[in-house]
Design a protein around this ligand. Structure first.
Ligand code: ZN
Length: 218
């Protein structure tokens, strides 16, 4: 794990749990599509699965908590890599299968975990096309930090507790709530529309089968 010392400027910004939790929920939407259940039903019946996917989408940021303890930036180390996503996905799938097979469950876990990496790639200090993204060791053990030249999320500060609960962090979290909330609303609208059209075509098929059965001569 890399240590960046105690210089406050060395601390990299990170997306807040708001953005990552929304991404975990998007993975849950994919799971409900796979399970072919209505979203409202899924949220009731599969609440533990939802909670687990949201936790996995946030898991990579546990490294900053250790950094808080020692006053150094331990954030964006090994656990912000695809290798960690694979290890975690396989390990959790050994313990609990949320889909119909080991590999499908592992795929959902991988998607939830790696959504974190994707969001972090686009997180920096200033919105727009610039070089302020923090960068993560995506292909660890290769030490190179990967970052997007396009910053879509202004990260929150986490060098100490006052910084963590600063007004700037509240503003950044509110921005994430707005942006990710709008995207989620759009996804939900598409999802409900898809479910309705599927239900209509299913009822049409059932009706035509009933007509065929009631007229055996045809
Ligand atoms: Zn992170």
């Amino acid at each position: 794990m890399r240590l960046r010392g105690c210089n406050p400027e060395a601390f990299r910004l990170m997306a807040s749990p708001v953005a990552h939790s929304f991404a975990g929920f998007w993975t849950f939407l994919l799971l409900t599509a796979r399970l072919k259940v209505r979203l409202a039903t899924a949220c009731r019946q599969y609440l533990p699965q939802l909670v687990l996917l949201v936790l996995l989408a946030n898991l990579a940021d546990v490294d900053f908590l250790f950094g808080l303890g020692v006053g150094a930036d331990l954030h964006h180390g090994f656990i912000h890599s695809l290798a960690a996503a694979v290890f975690v996905a396989l390990g959790v799938s050994c313990l609990w299968r949320i889909a119909d097979s080991f590999w499908r469950s592992a795929t959902f876990y991988f998607l939830a975990y790696s959504s974190h990496l994707l969001i972090d790639l686009f997180t920096g200090t200033k919105l727009g096309w610039n070089a302020t993204a923090s960068g993560i060791p995506l292909l660890w053990p290769w030490e190179k930090d990967f970052r997007s030249p396009l910053v879509l999320i202004v990260g929150v500060k986490h060098k100490d507790l006052p910084a963590l609960f600063s007004i700037q962090n509240v503003q950044s979290s509110f921005y994430e709530l707005l942006i990710f909330g709008v995207i989620t609303a759009a996804l939900l609208a598409l999802w409900v529309r898809h479910q309705r059209s599927r239900a209509m075509s299913h009822s049409r098929e059932t009706a035509s089968r009933v007509v065929c059965n009631s007229n055996p001569i045809q």
